[in-house]
Design a protein around this ligand. Sequence first.
Ligand code: NAP
Length: 285
Amino acid sequence: MMAPSFPSYAAEASLVMRPIPKSSDGEKLPVIGLGTAQDFGARREVEEKTQVLKSLLEGGGKIVDTAANYARGSSEELIGELLEENNLRSKAFIATKFGERGRENGIESMERSFVSLRTDMIDLMFVHNMIDVDTHLPSLRDYKDQGRIRYFGVTSTGRNQDELTRWMDQLDFVEFAYAVDSREAEQRLLPMAADKGVAVLVALPLGRGRLLSAMRGKEVPEWAKEELNCHSYAQLLLKFVASHPNVTAAIPGTNNPKHMVENLDAGRGPMADAKQRERIAALWG
Ligand SMILES: NC(=O)c1ccc[n+]([C@@H]2O[C@H](COP(=O)([O-])OP(=O)(O)OC[C@H]3O[C@@H](n4cnc5c(N)ncnc54)[C@H](OP(=O)(O)O)[C@@H]3O)[C@@H](O)[C@H]2O)c1
């Protein structure tokens, strides 16, 4: 397959990195990763998906966010296969999730994830959508003590995502939705995560694509190109999220290698200051 032709506007610049507050050795993550909720596991266009992973990991990105139930388990399987076949496991920071009731079901799901992802260490294990969190926290601590996972957390992207605050004291990471048109997380979740030293992955930074549809046919303003090196609305949306000082990384979903390159470039400098972030949001006002 041909390499993506989308011009890499700032490929020479490094991706902005953010610290994982609970890391014992100062580990940092690049501010843009990859989400795989939308059909990544389907066994078609596998060449493109291989190229998405290569573009991410060879372009300085790291985070691959998946879940046991994405594409009925086949997202984890395809990621495991492609990382192994292309010798890329060591470059990736794998985040996955399980959404089960009961201790045993949670453990079984985690064990299946190791097999599907073809790895003996998962970087980040989430309880998906806050399902039975209190039951699973002791298992997650055990897995972390054994070195089988390196970090753990809880995700939620629903209306009740503020409930994540209940566990914030006990977590390494949280994952929730945040975008120009859904900024509720600025009130409680983002400040509390910073206060408690919890890393933040942002899901749905493009509003599942609806925010891009709203801008179809419109030119990106000149100031965004000149001041922020943003040449597409996707880059503006990602820069808005990634520039929030309490966000560790945004994980836009894509199955398109050109989009992956474009998205990564939004994680290179300059980042937007508070005023520029408001100016970006106002474009969708
Ligand atoms: N509860 C949870 O834990 C939870 C819930 C939802 C999501 N998540 C995570 O968050 C990730 C992100 O959410 P999402 O994937 O649902 O939505 P999203 O990232 O907001 O949007 C993805 C959509 O944007 C399109 N897109 C991506 N980059 C683009 C670009 N540069 N130009 C034009 N279109 C572009 C994608 O299509 P193409 O494939 O054509 O690029 C896809 O349709 C998920 O993949 C998942 O990993 C977690």
